[in-house]
Design a protein around this ligand. Sequence first.
Ligand code: ADP
Length: 602
Amino acid sequence: MNILVINCGSSSIKAAVINAHNGSSVLTMKVERIHDKALITINGTSVDCPDSGHEAVLNFALPLIKKHLGDQKLSGVGHRVVHGGDKFDMPVLIDAEVENVIKNVSVLAPLHNPVNLLGITVAQKVFADLPHVAVFDTSFHQTMPRRAVTYALPKHLREKHSIRRYGFHGTSHEYVANLAAKHLKADLKTLRIITCHLGNGSSIAAVEYGRSVETSMGMTPLEGLVMGTRSGDVDPGALIHLANEEEMSVYELNQMLNKKSGLTGLSGVGNDMRDIIEKSSDGDDDCRLALQVFTHRLRKYIGAYSAVMGGVDAIVFTGGIGENSSVVRHRSTQRLDYLGAVINEDKNHDVKLSAENPVQEFGMNHSRVKLMAVKTNEQFAIAQETLRIIEEKNKVNTTPTIPIAVSGRHIHLTQEAVDALFGKGYELTVKAPLSQPKQFACNEQVTIVGPKNKIERVRILGPTRPKNQLEISRTDEFFIGIDAPVRASGKVENSPGIKLIGPVGEYQMKEGVICAWRHIHMTPEDADLFGVQDKDIVDVEVTNGLRPLTFGNVLVRVSPKYALEMHIDTDEANAAELPRYSEGVLNKTDGSAKLITKKNKN
Ligand code: ADP
């Protein structure tokens, strides 16, 4: 299972053929000086490239890999893509639509995404018969909650320019968190881990029960920790000051922040942590300060992230600095006893990681929080992910997919009810169209009043119907004090009624409160495809939600008016902890249907 992994960066191109099962490398290639006398080193032997520039170099280098491999077969190609925006929460098989999205988010990573895409385009030409998979630096962090990704900037600007925190180095954070859990013989879903990726670029992540909930890089890889040449956190006011006082242009500020700051700017001796440590022990004050600022900021983030997760079980160090520098590990984990993290100086000093020994602990035995150095391997991680997606595609290929929609509480009203609540002759107005043809969410909302409690702002769905129907979850029923039956939409006979309050008046529904029977809408063509009929009742197994479960008793509804979609309510979605935009495949087996959710692919 050999996978070609391509990392087409702005200043260098790295490629390797990796065995996706054991991580061993079959071939490695590196291209340096892309724009001037490009030099290709393949399996240790250097070759001059006749042309320079990304496209020419790729067109020369990738066929060279093919030639080197000879008879050795590849199963696929995995491409590192820096920015997936908010569109990709997992690696994805590349097709024209995916390429388009990568292109569209280039505005967020202008130095990286266009060259990543060039790598994809040329590789697709050279390895035309292989599946190509994009693995995003951002996707692991797509689980961050809204409060963690939102900058306190004006809403219209945030929305217009997709300004939010995305996070990077996701492949590495996820990989080392998994290795740490494996080492601790624990399920990642039971651990709170802080992962510190310290290389030329550095970031830290809070991985709470397997999901990234915070990370220090933001909209771009500039925010957060001190890095080789990047500043990390700076008061934006300082930049405004420099623009005013030094008349620095946007370009100059960009260059300063990305190329001349960080360890380079602090130390005056460059970005290599080895030199900085050596010179600081010789008494160089700038290097001392560089080391202090670097580790102080890291320790500050460790404290912040344990607060974010309400505690921490392991702190992991990785990347060139995290894996190799006992000084940095020491300085950033000292005085963490209050957290329950106690460093063992001897073990820290003796850390020596290798492919055979990629995880080592350096905490005291009694340290409640495990301190660990873990060797990252982004190429292996990309190869594993690529293989997983290819295998999934081969499985899924035979079975069509079904999107799953989660219905919040809502109400369908008669015109009579609308008249009473909003005024005679009032027409409902469209807020947003729904997936089912001609259906729409209205701007209008009502209050529902049960015997125990009321719920305000219940959304009306239009257009008006011959019968009133309020669809609520079991949790809502308990809250308002009503026992409503589980019914298919439209079957409201002998169901309870409820009082509604609108801006103009009140209306007493005599019946119509139901808990919607979970169902799948489909067209007759879809029904043929799945081998089911209208009113069939099937079992639906959701295996890829965070809490896998089987929904029994799912009603199939067939009509040429419908669009294919499974509808469940909020209680059911929460029970399975479905990711947003879930999608499934339905297998008819032994008279039951099987639905496997997948994370959204674009
Ligand atoms: P990248 O982010 O480019 O993948 P790496 O993860 O390879 O970078 O990390 C490169 C950094 O690791 C360099 O700044 C280098 O100084 C640092 N490094 C490597 N070995 C050591 C060491 N023994 N002590 C301190 N720093 C080290």
